[in-house]
Design a protein around this ligand. Structure first.
Ligand code: CP
Length: 325
C-alpha cells in the first residue's frame, strides 16, 4: 500500500498472502477472533500513513463501489467512511433514511435488494434497530459493514478506540480500561467489551445502577457504581454519552444530577493516573459526561480517536474487499 500504481499492487499482494481474512461482512466484534481484531488494527497501522502524504490516495479499491446508508444521524462515522472510501479510490454513493424511499414505506430488505441490483460491492449501514445489518447480510450479496446498530454494536468505533489505546500505550493486553456512563444503551461499550476482553484488557464499567445491565459481569467485566474506583487505576477512561434518544423514560432525575455523580472534572481527574487517556466516542455533551477542561486537556485523545477512525475504516473496507475478488 506504499506508493501508487505497480508498487501499491505488489504491496497489496504481499499483504494478501500474509493474512487470512475470510469474512464478507463486519457485523460486530462478538463474532471476531483475537487474531482477526489484531489483523484489522495492524492493517490500520499501515494505512494511517496514507493520510499524511501530500496526495492522500491509493488505488486499492479502484473500480469498487461502496454505498453509505445511514438511517440514523452521524457526523464522525459517516464522514470517516466517506473519506476512507475516497482515500482508497472507491466509488461511493451516500444516502440517508430520510432521503430514501424508506419514508414512503419501502422495507429495508427491498431497499437493500435495489442497492444490490446496482452491482455494489459493500454497504455501510447505520440503523436504529439492533440486528438490522445482520438481516441485510442474510438478504444481499454485497459485504455489510455495521456502522452502529441500535444498542447492539459499533465495531469500527471499538476498533478505533483499541487502535488509539495501542498507539498511546504500546499494547492492549493488561491495560485497565474503564467505561463510565450509559452502559445499558451503549453499542460502543458492548463492542469495546467484546474486543478488549479478547485482547486481554481488564474492563470496568461504571454508571448509575439503572444504566448498567444487571448481567454485565457475564461478559467478563468488573462493575462499580463508584466513580473514584473506576478512575483511580485506569490506563484509559472512555466516557459514554447519556443516550436520551434511546430512553422512553429518563433513567435518572436530570442531566445535572448525572454530571454531579458521574461527570469527570479536573478535580476527579487528579485522582487518576497522570498519563490516563481520556476518551469519548462523541458526540460529547460538555458539562455532562466531562467538563471542557477535561475534554480539551492534555490527557484527552478524543480528536486523535477521530483521526484513527479513518485508518481503521480504510482497513475494514480493504480487508472486506479482498473477499470479493
Ligand atoms: N462515535 C460516533 O458514532 O459518532 P457519530 O454518531 O457522529 O457517527
Amino acid at each position: 500500500m506504499r506508493g501508487e500504481g505497480g508498487e501499491a499492487v505488489m504491496e497489496e499482494k504481499r499483504i494478501k498472502t500474509e493474512i487470512n481474512w475470510t469474512r464478507k461482512d463486519l457485523l460486530g466484534l462478538k463474532d471476531l477472533s483475537r487474531e482477526e481484531i489484531e489483523l484489522i488494527i495492524k492493517t490500520a497501522e499501515s494505512l494511517k500513513e496514507v493520510s499524511t502524504r501530500s496526495i492522500k490516495k491509493v488505488p486499492t479499491l479502484r473500480g469498487r463501489t461502496v454505498v453509505n446508508f445511514f438511517v440514523e444521524p452521524s457526523t464522525r462515522t459517516r464522514a470517516s467512511f466517506e473519506l476512507a472510501e475516497k482515500r482508497l479510490s472507491a466509488d461511493s454513493l451516500n444516502f440517508s433514511g430520510s432521503s430514501s424511499s424508506l419514508v414512503k414505506g419501502e422495507t429495508l430488505k427491498d431497499t437493500a435488494k435495489n442497492i444490490e441490483a446496482l452491482q455494489v460491492d459493500l454497504i455501510v449501514i447505520r440503523h436504529s434497530s439492533s440486528g438490522a445489518p445482520h438481516r441485510l447480510a442474510e438478504y444481499v450479496k454485497p459485504g455489510i459493514v455495521n456502522a452502529g446498530d441500535g444498542i447492539n454494536e459499533h465495531p469500527t468505533q471499538a476498533l478505533l478506540d483499541m487502535f488509539t489505546m495501542k498507539e498511546k500505550k504500546g499494547k492492549i493486553e493488561g491495560l485497565k480500561v474503564s467505561f463510565i456512563g450509559d452502559i445499558l444503551h451503549s453499542r460502543v461499550a458492548r463492542s469495546n467489551i467484546w474486543g478488549l476482553t479478547k485482547l486481554g484488557a481488564k474492563v470496568t464499567v461504571c454508571g448509575p445502577k439503572t444504566l448498567i445491565p444487571y448481567d454485565i459481569e457475564s461478559l467478563g467485566v468488573h462493575r462499580t457504581y463508584n466513580v473514584e474506583e473506576a478512575v483511580k487505576d485506569a490506563d484509559a477512561i472512555n466516557l459514554l454519552r447519556i443516550q436520551l434518544e434511546r430512553q422512553n423514560e429518563p433513567f435518572f432525575p436530570s442531566l445535572g444530577e448525572y454530571a454531579k455523580g458521574y461527570g469527570i472534572n479536573a478535580q476527579m481527574l487528579k485522582r487518576a493516573k497522570k498519563d490516563v487517556l481520556i476518551m469519548h466516542p462523541g458526540p460529547v455533551n460538555r458539562g455532562v459526561e466531562l467538563t471542557s477542561e477535561v475534554a480539551d486537556g492534555p490527557n484527552s485523545v478524543i480528536l486523535e480517536q477521530v483521526t484513527n477512525g479513518l485508518a481503521v475504516r480504510m482497513a475494514v473496507l480493504y480487508l472486506l474487499s479482498l473477499v470479493r475478488k
